[in-house]
Design a protein around this ligand. Structure first.
Ligand SMILES: Cc1ncc(C[n+]2csc(CCOP(=O)(O)OP(=O)(O)O)c2C)c(N)n1
Length: 540
């Protein structure tokens, strides 16, 4: 049988250890799904296109590269939110689209006949994805496929961002040359790294209270081990931005806690905000970091996206991998300094009375071991999630910057394939409403995430941002537009095939439900019912 265009793409993906293709098939891309088997790739069909995008993103964050294919137009535009998040948060997902053929395009331009799911523009998907990917290209002929695909996958891996590949729907099964040689994955050093590293290490050694803020690029480029070495050699304290939580094990010396303003722990706040030198390595900053970054001026060194900026100086080119290696080499030139001891998290209060937001996090914190991957959503509990004592490296995954509610449940689908850890999702009821059908995918493919839904009946985070006085006053009414339709979550989960589902309203019952879910090895839902007026500890 001939080696086809679909085979080419799947070969290149499997060479990069991608063994799962997420998506929702449609005629324009179905031949890709038909071809997966011989490549050792499994297709995972999700309950929605948005879920497919989040799942591929969760897989990419945990495995290093992900792939997804959905229907052109209707599927692609539905999924674009997930890929925008992957772009912002540096998650390399290969988006594969079956695009119009020559006849479709002629009928559109000559006769105004729309091809399937067309907006009436020949390249809507391509143009839209150009905005949220590191590269977007279309292959109209089989002969163009090797160059288009190689360039896209290499870009995804080098830039740690999603890429978009559109294949003329007619050519999936056409003959295509086999891949020639390895992908060009090397990232050339800029040549400045050694000198910049000498300057930065000199500044750290001269500082009284330096802190390294470790960011996402360190995880994505596999540099965590080297940064751990750097911390040990320099005896420096360290924190992470929320997006990068668990890039290094948090029980090590020098750890001061996640810095996620405005609700960080006093230890993290003091260390980061009062550091006389703050070295920020590969951090993606959302707006809540603006004060720190924009007013830091003379005490900040930052390395991000191929550039280094030292204390208000100009941005200089530097490749992060070469820079981190050079920092370690420079740091090794003097004897290691002792690293200050880690700051211990506060002990939880005894679990009494009705379940509270605070208790849910305390109980989860007490139950964490190194089998779990904690996957919080964007909700009132995000600051509490930042402080969870997760165990070991890569034990936390969160859409902390793009902040799209519902990400957690669907990204856990992908992470359950990409990580050896078991996802423990923590989501608000409103966020759960967004991607709740993902429970069906978990059941169908026998995945084992545990999903904790904190059921307070409202979009509490929105209420908090609009009028937080509501939370201190038990008789206050929430804004009408933050009130949710109440679901019977247990019946809903059972209906989707998740048999282990229970609703709890005390801390003891929550502990029991979590232990049962852990023992089951099957997907599980725990509905934690809390008072809508309650706040997590960090916001009280
Ligand atoms: C896709 C998307 N839609 C809307 C928002 C705005 N938003 C941010 S938090 C939030 C409320 C979340 O409510 P819930 O999941 O119930 O958690 P809670 O805040 O009650 O803990 C909303 C609507 C968003 N961030 N993402």
């Amino acid at each position: 049988m001939a080696f086809t265009v679909a085979d080419y793409i799947l070969t290149r993906l499997s060479q990069q250890q991608v063994n799962t293709l997420f998506g929702v098939p449609a005629a324009f891309c179905a031949p890709l799904f038909d071809a997966v088997g011989p490549h050792g790739i499994k297709s995972v069909v999700t309950a929605s296109d948005l879920e497919a995008g989040y799942a591929a993103d969760g897989y990419a964050r945990t495995k290093g590269l992900g792939a997804v294919a959905v229907a052109n137009g209707v599927g692609m535009l539905s999924m674009i939110n997930a890929i925008a998040g992957a772009f912002v948060e540096r998650s390399p997902v290969v988006v594969l689209n079956g695009g119009p053929n020559a006849g479709n395009l002629n009928n559109l331009t000559d006769f105004d006949v729309l091809f399937s799911h067309s907006t009436g523009q020949p390249d809507t998907d391509l143009a839209a994805y150009r905005l949220v990917t590191a590269s977007a290209a279309r292959a109209g002929k089989a002969s163009e496929v090797p160059a288009v695909v190689d360039s896209a996958i290499a870009t995804a891996i080098r830039k740690k961002r999603p890429v978009y590949v559109e294949i003329n729907r007619d050519i999936w099964t056409q003959a295509c040359p086999m891949p020639a040689g390895p992908l060009p994955l090397a990232i050339p050093a800029a040549g400045t790294e050694q000198q910049l590293a000498a300057t930065i290490v000199g500044l750290i050694r001269a500082a009284m209270s330096p802190v390294i803020l470790v960011g996402t690029e360190i995880q994505r480029y596999g540099l965590a081990g080297k940064v751990a070495e750097l911390i040990a050699k320099l005896g420096v304290r360290w924190s992470t931005a929320l997006l990068a939580k668990s890039v290094l094990p948090e029980q090590g010396n020098g750890w001061v806690g996640v810095y996620a303003p405005p609700h960080s722990t006093p230890a993290a706040r003091n260390a980061v905000e009062h550091a006389d030198l703050l070295v920020m390595l590969g951090c993606v900053f959302p707006s809540n970091y603006a004060t720190l970054v924009t007013t830091g001026g003379n005490r900040i060194v930052s390395a991000y996206d191929g550039k280094v900026k030292i204390k208000g100086g100009p941005k200089q080119n530097a490749e992060i991998g070469a820079l981190v290696s050079a920092l370690v080499t420079e740091a090794a030139k003097a004897p290691p300094k002792p690293v200050p001891a880690a700051v211990d998290p506060p002990a939880p209060a005894p679990p009494t009375g009705p379940l509270t937001y605070r208790q849910v996090f305390e109980r989860i914190g007490a139950a964490l071991d190194d089998s779990w991957l904690v996957v919080p959503d964007t909700f009132l509990g995000v600051a509490s999630a930042a402080n969870l004592p997760v165990k070991g490296r890569d034990s936390f995954m969160c859409g902390a910057v793009w902040a799209s509610i519902g990400h957690s449940v669907a990204a856990a689908v992908g992470a359950s394939f990409g990580s050896s850890r078991r996802p423990l999702v923590i989501c608000g009821d409103g966020g759960f409403h967004m991607t709740a059908q993902a429970l069906s995918t978990l059941a169908r493919y026998a995945r084992d995430p545990v999903v904790v839904v904190i059921d307070n009946g409202i979009y509490a985070f929105e209420q908090f941002l609009i009028d937080d006085a509501y939370f201190g006053n038990p008789s206050a009414q929430p804004r009408p537009y933050v009130v949710l339709n109440r679901w019977d979550f247990v019946t809903f989960a059972n209906g989707l095939g998740v048999q282990s589902a229970q609703s709890v309203n005390t801390a003891a019952a929550f502990d029991q439900a979590l232990a049962t879910a852990k023992a089951s090895g099957a997907p599980a839902l725990i509905v934690a019912k809390v008072d809508p007026h309650g706040l997590p500890a960090e916001l009280s």
